[in-house]
Design a protein. Structure first.
Ligand code: C2E
Ligand code: MG
Ligand code: MG
Ligand code: MG
Length: 282
């Protein structure tokens, strides 16, 4: 009867929640040890000029291999954020990215690297107002005197721009004074407000891959991309199209004169040594 079915449904629902909670707890437990056990790796995905195919920059993307299983960042980053582990993980990521940029420079390869920074990291007591100091410390530790900060781009998301706007503005300005570039990631998703582009000191906008991937099937996504491109150009911001996989998507990107493209059509994220040899060979 209906009552029994209802109870079954409820049980099933409860079970699902429990399975998910157990997975979250398990991931949290193992993630705590992942850095020290060398399970984290930073991959690099080239960003190209679509017309020439030339690699002009790259995004650093975190990979976690646990027991032969790659746990996707979309699964473990939110858990790292909720638990605060992201602060330590983020510090590790930034250090690795700076090391890679320096290594490349020593090979005479100038390659700007983008790093994802969670909103939560900006508000950790360790980093608040100390972001610059953080980079300086890494350089000191590596015994590097001069480092062109313009090689580092921080990818932030719109959620950072929603609260404590004056403080965020000050922080971003300070970073940019040093030469660090600021990019808004996944633009157009979440709580987008076009006013962010005017009110915050940013250099670059990344069009979210969900728009690119739907542009062939839904005209409205084309319109949205056109609008983002046009306002970005008017405000003198760089534009990157993320998640380009097909010829048709690329054709539209070129038609829109979008200057930078990141996607499987050109390259997938790859381990550091592969990335370095790719750059050394070309
Ligand atoms: P994101 O910053 O928007 O990174 C772009 C994502 O799109 C990456 O997924 C990349 O592998 C994927 N991608 C690039 N081109 C294509 C394509 O042509 N097709 C498809 N289907 N996907 C493409 P990934 O590496 O799984 O990372 C997912 C998200 O996890 C990132 O999205 C970012 O929000 C977060 N993340 C990754 N690494 C870090 C990190 O070091 N720190 C923080 N805070 N977040 C990170
Ligand atoms: Mg990103
Ligand atoms: Mg993105
Ligand atoms: Mg994304």
């Amino acid at each position: 009867n209906a009552k029994a079915r209802g109870r079954n449904c409820y049980q099933f629902f409860n079970q699902e929640i429990q399975i998910e909670a157990e997975r979250t707890a398990k991931i949290h437990f193992h993630l705590k040890k992942a850095i020290h056990q060398g399970e984290l790796q930073l991959y690099y995905q080239p960003i190209v000029e679509p017309k020439s195919g030339k690699i002009v920059k790259a995004e650093a993307l975190l990979r976690w291999r646990y027991n032969d299983e790659f746990i996707p960042p979309d699964e473990f980053i939110p858990i790292a954020e909720q638990s605060g582990l992201i602060v330590e993980i983020g510090a590790w990521v930034r250090k690795q990215a700076v090391i890679t940029a320096i290594e490349l420079q020593q090979k005479n390869i100038t390659m700007p690297i983008s790093i994802n920074v969670s909103t939560l990291e900006f508000w950790s007591s360790e980093l608040q107002h100390n972001f610059i100091q953080f980079f300086d410390d890494i350089l000191q530790e590596l015994d590097i005197d001069v480092f062109p900060y313009k090689l580092i781009t921080l990818e932030i998301t719109e959620s950072l721009l929603m609260k404590q706007k004056n403080e965020v503005n000050e922080l971003l300005s300070m970073l940019r004074k040093r030469g660090i570039r600021i990019s808004i990631d996944d633009f157009g998703t979440g709580y987008s407000s076009l006013s962010y582009l005017v009110n915050f000191p940013v250099d670059q906008v990344k069009i979210d891959k969900s728009f690119i991937q739907q542009l062939e099937t839904d005209k409205r996504h084309k319109a949205l991309i056109e609008a983002i491109v046009s306002i970005s150009k008017a405000l003198d911001l760089n534009v990157i199209a993320e998640g380009v996989e097909t010829e048709a998507q690329l054709a539209f990107i070129n038609q829109q004169n979008i200057p930078f493209v990141q996607g499987y059509y050109f390259y997938r994220p790859m381990p550091k040594n592969e990335f370095i040899s790719l750059l050394s060979d070309s």
